[in-house]
Design a binder for this molecule. Structure first.
Ligand SMILES: Cc1ncc(COP(=O)(O)O)c(C=O)c1O
Length: 395
C-alpha cells in the first residue's frame, strides 16, 4: 500500500472499483424469478398481491400498493392526496428530484423549506414559515434512512391540516419508537431500486392505513379503470377509465424477486449495521470528517453512510471525492440541492442562497460505500484511503 494517495501520484488502494451501493442477489432470488416465469401471470398477478401483503404486514399498515418505482409511487400518492394546480406542497431541498415530483407531476408547486442540519431532514419550524393558504401537503424525506423529526412534522401537519406523504425511499426496514418507518400517517413511499435496502430491479410501494387513499392509488396505477361499472353486468367486456390513470403495474417477476429479498432483510440490515459500526469507529479519530448523526429513538435501516467533510480535513469536498475515485472507491454525493436544478429554478424561481442550512450541509456531504455485499476488506480499503489522504495533508 502506498503512503501517497493515488490522487497525488501513489498507487490506488484497490484495483477494482467499489461502488457506493449495490444489490445482493443469490440463487434464492434467481430461483424465485424463474418460478414466477412459469406462472400464469408474468405481469401483475398473485405474486404482486403476496408481496404487497407481506410489506403491509411488516410495516403494520392495512394497505400496500406496488408500483414501478419510488418515483411513480410518489406521483400516485400525490394524486391520490388530491395535489393539483394551485396547490403548494412543502418538501426538502436535500433530496432526489423525485421527491419534488410528488408535486410537479401533479401540477402542484414544490415549496422548499430548509433542513435541520443535525438530522439533515425537514426542520418543522422552517416548514411552518412556508405555510400559506395554498399549502395542502407535506413531503418529508428520511435522509439516508435516518428518521425525520416525525413528531415535529406531524404537529405542523395537524396545525394546518396538511396531508403527509413520507418519502421513505431510503428507509425501508427501519423503525422509530418501535413502529416501522412507513407506518406514520397519511402515506409513505418506498423505493426498490437496486441500490436501496431491498430491490425488485425497479419498483416502489405506497403504504397507508387509509382505505380510500389505497383504493385511489390502486385504481390510478392501472388506468383508473372501473372493471365492473354499474349497469353493465351482462357486458363483461365493459371496462371504462374514469380519469387519466397510468400503467404503473409491476410484474409478478419483480414481486417474486421482492419476496426473496424480504426473506433476507434481517441479514441485509445486520450487515449494513456492522459496516456502519466499523466506519463509525475508524473515522471517529479523523479530523474534519463528521460521521452521520446518532439515531434518536429509532433503529434505522440505513441506505447511505453520508459523512460531512470540512476544512479541518485539509482539502475541500471536491478534492476528497476525486481522491477517493482515484483510489477506486466509488463515493457519491447525495444530493445537489433541488433549488440548484435548472428546471426548478426556471419554473419556480429558486436560486442558490435560499436555503443556507441545506447548502452548508451539502458542501461537505460524501456518501461512502455501503451495501450488504461489502466485505471487511472493502471497508478497510475505504478507511485506509481516507486515512492516507488525511495523513498526506498533515505531513
Ligand atoms: C429520496 C428518494 N426519493 C425517491 C426516489 C425515487 O425512487 P426510484 O428510483 O425507485 O424511482 C429516490 C431514488 O433514488 C430517492 O433517493
Amino acid at each position: 500500500m502506498s503512503e501517497v494517495p493515488a490522487y497525488y501520484g501513489g498507487e490506488p488502494v484497490r484495483e477494482t472499483v467499489l461502488g457506493y451501493g449495490s444489490q445482493s442477489i443469490t440463487d434464492r432470488e434467481k430461483e424465485a424469478v424463474l418460478e414466477a416465469l412459469e406462472g400464469d401471470y408474468i405481469t401483475r398477478g398473485p405474486t404482486v398481491d403476496e408481496f404487497e401483503a407481506r410489506v403491509a404486514d411488516m410495516v403494520g399498515v392495512e394497505h400496500a400498493v406496488a408500483t414501478t418505482s419510488g418515483t411513480t409511487a410518489l406521483h400516485l400518492a400525490g394524486k391520490a392526496a388530491g395535489f393539483g394546480r394551485g396547490d403548494d406542497v412543502i418538501t426538502t431541498p436535500l433530496t432526489f428530484v423525485s421527491t419534488a415530483h410528488t408535486a410537479t407531476y401533479n401540477d402542484a408547486t414544490p415549496v422548499f423549506a430548509d433542513i435541520d442540519p443535525h438530522r439533515r431532514t425537514l426542520d418543522p419550524n422552517a416548514v411552518r414559515e412556508q405555510v400559506t393558504e395554498d399549502t395542502v401537503g407535506l413531503v418529508p424525506m428520511h435522509y439516508s434512512g435516518h428518521p425525520a423529526d416525525i413528531d415535529g412534522l406531524l404537529e405542523v401537519a395537524d396545525e394546518y391540516d396538511l396531508t403527509v406523504i413520507w418519502d421513505a425511499c431510503h428507509a425501508f426496514g427501519g423503525s422509530w419508537r418501535g413502529e416501522a418507518i412507513g407506518a406514520q400517517r397519511d402515506m409513505a413511499v418506498f423505493s426498490f431500486h437496486p441500490v436501496k435496502n431491498i430491490t425488485t430491479g425497479e419498483g416502489g410501494m405506497i403504504v397507508t392505513d387509509d382505505d380510500e387513499l389505497a383504493e385511489r392509488c390502486r385504481r390510478l396505477r392501472s388506468f383508473d379503470m372501473e372493471y365492473s361499472p354499474d349497469g353493465h353486468d351482462d357486458e363483461p367486456w365493459y371496462q371504462v377509465s374514469e380519469d387519466v390513470g397510468y400503467n404503473y403495474n409491476v410484474t409478478d417477476l419483480q414481486a417474486a424477486l421482492g419476496l426473496a429479498q424480504l426473506d433476507r432483510l434481517e441479514e441485509f440490515k445486520q450487515r449494513r449495521d456492522e459496516i456502519i459500526a466499523q466506519y463509525d469507529e475508524a473515522l471517529a479519530g479523523i479530523d474534519g470528517v463528521r460521521t452521520p448523526p446518532e439515531p434518536l429513538e429509532s433503529d434505522p435501516m440505513y441506505h447511505l453512510y453520508a459523512v460531512e467533510v470540512n476544512e479541518e480535513f485539509g482539502c475541500d469536498r471536491k478534492t476528497f471525492v476525486n481522491a477517493m475515485h482515484a483510489e477506486n472507491i466509488g463515493v457519491q454525493v447525495h444530493y445537489v440541492p433541488l433549488h440548484y436544478h435548472p428546471h426548478l429554478q426556471t419554473e419556480f424561481g429558486y436560486e442558490r442562497g435560499m436555503f443556507p442550512e441545506t447548502e452548508r450541509v451539502y458542501e461537505g456531504l460524501v456518501s461512502l460505500p455501503l451495501h450488504a455485499e461489502m466485505t471487511d476488506e472493502d471497508v478497510y480499503d475505504v478507511v485506509t484511503a481516507i486515512e492516507t489522504l488525511s495523513d498526506s495533508h498533515r505531513e
